[in-house]
Design a protein around this ligand. Structure first.
Ligand SMILES: [Zn+2]
Ligand SMILES: [Zn+2]
Length: 205
């Protein structure tokens, strides 16, 4: 089983929240504080970006609420980064130094800091490709979105048919286990999307 699938399985387990609570208790307070601060900052970045680009739906979701392609895309980005297999921007964001980072469905294996958001822009046609089904969408039928997990923001875009919805408002007590040797911190997975949000994006991987 790959690290991505193992992490997905753990997150979907009914005892996941309790496991995370115990890990947080066993983790040095200073590190938990750093992870929480980075996650809070990432939420601020994602929310600001959403408002700046026209206002979007936002909500808190459990891992089970997310469609499989989105959940696995996010976790794949996370595990690649944690394993040192991701390409990063010149600022070399490191999982051991919590800070908000950007990843995207259309550039698997790339992780950048917030300052390097410009690295995510793509050509017009690529901007209109659904990351779920690969369909090329008319400009007014493209739904950009972000899902945040801890300090990691995963960007994507979908056609109307593939647009994810948040099925519940249950908080997700999530964390970044693979990159920290042990699960630490708290994050949230929040699909965001809406027409009129400008963003660079490209084809399905
Ligand atoms: Zn950077
Ligand atoms: Zn689609």
């Amino acid at each position: 089983m790959t690290p991505t699938l193992a992490l997905e399985q753990a997150m979907l387990h009914p005892d996941y929240d309790r496991f995370i609570a115990r890990v947080r208790q066993a983790t040095p307070v200073a590190l938990v504080d750093q992870l929480d601060a980075a996650a809070t900052q990432a939420t601020r970045v994602a929310t600001t970006a959403a408002r700046f680009t026209g206002g979007c739906d936002a909500g808190v979701a459990t891992a089970a609420d997310l469609p499989g392609w989105l959940r696995l895309g996010l976790l794949d980005a996370l595990t690649r980064w944690a394993d040192g297999k991701a390409t990063t921007c010149r600022h070399s964001p490191d999982p051991d130094r919590p800070e908000p980072v950007l990843t995207a469905a259309w550039k698997p294996g790339l992780v950048t800091c917030i300052r390097c958001a410009h690295l995510w822009s793509l050509g017009r046609r690529a901007n209109l490709t659904c990351d779920c089904c690969g369909a090329i969408c008319p400009p007014d039928r493209m739904n950009p979105g972000m899902t945040q997990f801890g300090a990691l923001i995963f960007q994507y875009g979908t056609c109307d048919d593939c647009r994810p919805s948040v099925a519940s408002n249950n908080p997700l007590s999530a964390t970044l286990p693979a990159e920290q040797d042990a699960a630490r911190g708290t994050g949230r997975a929040s699909p965001r999307g809406g027409r009129g949000c400008s963003r660079g994006k490209g084809g399905r991987r």
